[in-house]
Ligand binder design. Sequence first.
Ligand code: NAP
Length: 478
Amino acid sequence: MSARAQIGVTGLAVMGRNLARNFARHGYTVAVHNRSFAKTESLVAEHGDEGELVPSESMADFVASLERPRKVVIMVKAGAPTDAVIAELVPLLEAGDIVIDAGNAHFPDTIRREAELREHGLHFVGSGVSGGEEGALNGPSIMPGGSRESYEVLGPILESIAARVDGVPCCTYVGPDGAGHFVKMVHNGIEYADMQLIAEAYDLLRLGLGASAREIGEIFAEWNTGDLESFLIEITADVLAHTDAVTGAAFVDVVADRAEQKGTGRWTVQNALDLGVPITGIAEATFARALSGSTPQREAARGVLVAGTSDVPVTDRAAFVEDVRLALYASKVVAYSQGFDQIAAASAERGWGIDRGAMARIWRGGCIIRARFLDRITEAYERTPELPLLLADEYFADAVGRGVPAWRRIVARAAATGVPTPAFSSSLAYYDGVRAERLPANLIQAQRDFFGAHTYQRTDRAGTFHTDWTGDRTEHDA
Ligand code: NAP
């Protein structure tokens, strides 16, 4: 076996297969391997004409077919399968080789694996890859972590197969060890929030206007020509226009209202709780999926919990649609602002040095949250790299500010008419919370001091204090 392949892919299910084809189509000689050889054979049989594929049945032959330093992309099921493949690979590799985990690993696993492989003199690159199977084939958004040294070798290859927007590849070095998979995790969390917000907008339009799926699809198609232009809005219009072949009804009307999840939203929220970063939009989106699947609870509530709603007729349909659009845009900015706060907090805690503007840039193409307004986010971080709050950037403060009255009308209307809008409502509450002159946390802190002697600070002088609540109620320095 001559060592001639420039890159290898092991794990040839939908993602690995398409990634291998993408490399081959870009002129790379690609070593391909899968646990069960049948997938390798079918890839070569069906797509061998697209470029240079070098199939191997054994891992040893696969490794032997790679030129040094070897670059091996692992694209298998996340979790234990990834560890199993790494364990098989490591004894076959040599110092300086690069192992790339392009699956959806949880970032603490990536941190652990990077440290373990470093002990062997190997580079471990945990890389987020977004865009599903279509992206893997035609250009994904790629978020590689690991050593800078490995990016010198690997970066140009990954950049050449990534999506491009305005000639700029949607791939850049993210940061050490788990940074790439962390950013991919937050990307997915933002994706959850974006999808939930779109779903709430759909529900508001459906119930407020009594509009059909097709009519709402037309509204989304129109929205996709403005500030909201994005892949998710585009596919929403497409999905809403689709007719079910079996019943002839609108497709969405025959789909069960239970949303599933694979876990990246949950990881994002768990991590945000650890960091103490309020990512309320992503959390509400994750819980909304959980609520949709809470079948016994929903059955117990149906017909039992009174609505107590008021009838608020829509008098001006066009004005209502515009209000929903503005509320969606504002809520979406909140979700992104919160997600970027989470990236900043993790980056500071772990010393990752993540450039948030660059993350927005590599999300402009290839990935699920690709959107026109990511350019505005990049510009905001270019203006102020250490921007503490994206929402307060001059562009976004102004863009969201113009929609605030509409946002309030929509959330108030949703509450009055009984339309569940957890993401719209919590985003507005966050907006009001973060801009408040004074929050009621003063009372919380006083309560904490009362029952737990947790102390408090005063607004009128420095220091930490405790009041003797059970005694004479005098105040002491704590
Ligand atoms: P998948 O269904 O997650 O995994 C199937 C692949 O894993 C097969 O190649 C399978 O080999 C291999 N595998 C499973 N257990 C193994 C083990 N113990 N040892 C060796 N190989 C093992 O495949 P996928 O949908 O293509 O996704 C691959 C990765 O990309 C996952 O981490 C996924 O989360 C991530 N991802 C997927 C998407 C998507 O849209 N599907 C998008 C982004 C990221 P056999 O053929 O021998 O069973």
